[in-house]
Design a protein around this ligand. Structure first.
Ligand code: ATP
Length: 250
C-alpha cells in the first residue's frame, strides 16, 4: 500500500494565521481520520471559524501546512476550486439562492462544478431530501421553508457530491431554539452513515453526544483534546475548566 492510502482525511501541521498584528492561529496541529467526527469548542474569538476557513481556503495560512487526504492544499499551486470541490461546507447562514427552487439549490454545484449529469443530480437530490424529511419541499423556494428546513437543505447541498470532509461552522447558531434539534438530528445521521466531519459548535450537549473527539481551542491553538468523557468530565487545563464551567449549564 502506498503512503497516500494511509493518509488522514485532514492534517494540519503547525498552522499560523495573522490578521495584521492579531495572531489568530498560533500553531495548530490536528489530524482527522476517515469517519471521525471532531467537534471544536472554545470561547468566542479562540479561532474556530478561522481554522475552518483556512481548510476551505477562504483564508490563506501564513505558515504551516494543511493536507487533504495527503495533498498539500496550502501549496500555492493547488487549485482552489478543485480543493473546495472535495469539501462540503455549511455555515451559520444558509446562503441558499432565493430565486432557485430547493432542488436547484441542492444540485447547482454538482451540475456546474462536478459536471454531474442533471438527471443524476436530480435523482440524488430528491433521494437525499426525502431521506432527511424534505421530500415535499423539492420544488419550493427557500423563503417558504423554516430556518431549520433551509439549513437541512444547505446540508443536503453540501453532501450531494460525497465530499471527503464536511465542515460545519456554527450551523445552528442562527436558528430558533425550537429548530435546532432537527438540524442536529441530521448531523447525527451523517455520522451514522460514516461521514468525516469537522464541526464548530456552542451546543455542548450535542458535542458530547456526537463527537468522537472534542478539541478545545484557546487563544488560537489546541489546548487539549480527547474523547467527550476525557474533555468534559476530566478537563486537565485551567482554561478548559473555566470555559466548561461557563457553558455547560446551558
Ligand atoms: N477577516 C478577519 N479580519 C480580521 N480579523 C479577523 C477576521 N476573521 C476573524 N478575525 C479575528 O480572529 C479572531 C478569531 O475569530 P474566529 O471567528 O475564528 O473565532 P471563533 O472561535 O470562531 O469565535 P465564535 O465562537 O465567536 O465564532 C478574532 O479576534 C477575530 O476578530
Amino acid at each position: 500500500m502506498s503512503a497516500l492510502e494511509h493518509a488522514a482525511v485532514l492534517e494540519l501541521r503547525d498552522v499560523h494565521k495573522l490578521f495584521g498584528e492579531n495572531h489568530v492561529l498560533t500553531g495548530v496541529d490536528l489530524l482527522i481520520e476517515k469517519h471521525e467526527v471532531v467537534v471544536l469548542i472554545g470561547a468566542s474569538g479562540s479561532g474556530k471559524s478561522t481554522l475552518m476557513r483556512t481548510v476551505n481556503l477562504i483564508e490563506r495560512v501564513d505558515d504551516g501546512q494543511i493536507l487533504l487526504s495527503g495533498d498539500d492544499i496550502t501549496d500555492p499551486r493547488a487549485a482552489t476550486d478543485k480543493v473546495r470541490a472535495r469539501i462540503g461546507v455549511v455555515f451559520q447562514h444558509f446562503n441558499l439562492f432565493p430565486h432557485m427552487r430547493v432542488i436547484d439549490n441542492v444540485t447547482l454545484a454538482a451540475r456546474k462544478v462536478h459536471r454531474m449529469p442533471a438527471d443524476e443530480a436530480r435523482t440524488k437530490g430528491v433521494d437525499l431530501l426525502t431521506r432527511f424529511g424534505l421530500g415535499d419541499k423539492v420544488d419550493e423556494y427557500p423563503d417558504r421553508l423554516s430556518g431549520g428546513q433551509q439549513q437541512r437543505v444547505a446540508i443536503v447541498r453540501a453532501i450531494l457530491t460525497d465530499p471527503e470532509l464536511l465542515l460545519l461552522d456554527e450551523i445552528t447558531s442562527a436558528l430558533d431554539p425550537m429548530l435546532v434539534g432537527e438540524v442536529l438530528d441530521l448531523v447525527r445521521s451523517l455520522k451514522d452513515q460514516g461521514s468525516t466531519i469537522l464541526m464548530a459548535t456552542h451546543e455542548m450537549s450535542f458535542a458530547r453526544s456526537v463527537a468522537d473527539r472534542i478539541v478545545f481551542m484557546h487563544q488560537g491553538r489546541i489546548l487539549e483534546q480527547g474523547t467527550p468523557e476525557q474533555v468534559f468530565d476530566a478537563p486537565r487545563e485551567a482554561a478548559t475548566q473555566e470555559f466548561l464551567a461557563r457553558v455547560t449549564h446551558r
